[in-house]
Design a protein around this ligand. Structure first.
Ligand SMILES: C[S@@+](CC[C@H](N)C(=O)[O-])C[C@H]1O[C@@H](n2cnc3c(N)ncnc32)[C@H](O)[C@@H]1O
Length: 167
């Protein structure tokens, strides 16, 4: 990720569905983005915040955390109108209305920014259980995800695929 994106140099990043906050902390502390992690689950946001040991506000403290449902909540409540990097790991397949979700991403992705998605691809698990086999996004979902960007790069990681999408 660091190789593809280069150093953050204080640019803004938003991690959607941040869960325990591991990816947001990586973006903030290792890559140098000023990062916000958002999650619709208050307990996930509280868990992520427990890792912030420095009580002083500022870049050393870690990412900002915000409880927000990205699909329904007002995006103007975010601290910034646009982000240079938006990440979404293991979340996209749970989104019911993917076209509406992608419209919302485009609204807050800065010009020249990157939308970084990591998602499971259906059919890749080595299992005979059909319920497990179909976990992940379908070829149609994948086509929808990659349509309309000036550049769409992918890399495969076992059952997962990583997408770097640029407007
Ligand atoms: C499988 S976890 C992945 C957590 C983290 N991204 C990771 O890679 O470890 C999915 C997370 O997305 C959150 N989530 C699902 N739908 C969401 C939405 N519409 N808006 C914000 N967060 C959402 C869930 O609450 C959950 O914490």
């Amino acid at each position: 990720m660091g190789k593809h994106l280069g150093p953050g140099r204080g640019r803004l990043a938003l991690d959607i569905g941040s869960g325990d906050g591991a990816l947001a902390r990586h973006l903030h502390h290792e890559l140098g983005y000023r990062t916000t992690g958002i999650d619709c689950s208050p307990s996930a946001v509280a868990l992520a915040a427990t890792h912030d040991t420095n009580p002083e506000p500022g870049p050393d403290r870690g990412p900002a955390w915000h409880c927000l449902d990205f699909t329904t909540d007002d995006l103007t409540t975010l601290a910034h109108p646009a982000y240079a990097l938006i990440t979404c790991r293991l979340v996209y397949r749970w989104i019911d209305d993917k076209p509406a979700f992608l419209d919302r991403i485009r609204r807050i992705l800065a010009p020249g920014g990157v939308f970084w998605v990591i998602t499971e691809i259906a059919g890749r698990r080595t299992t005979t259980n059909p319920a497990l086999k179909k976990l992940g996004i379908s070829p149609l979902d994948a086509e929808l995800l990659t349509t309309g960007w000036s550049c769409a790069r992918t890399a495969d990681l076992d059952v997962l695929r990583c997408y770097a999408l640029r407007p």
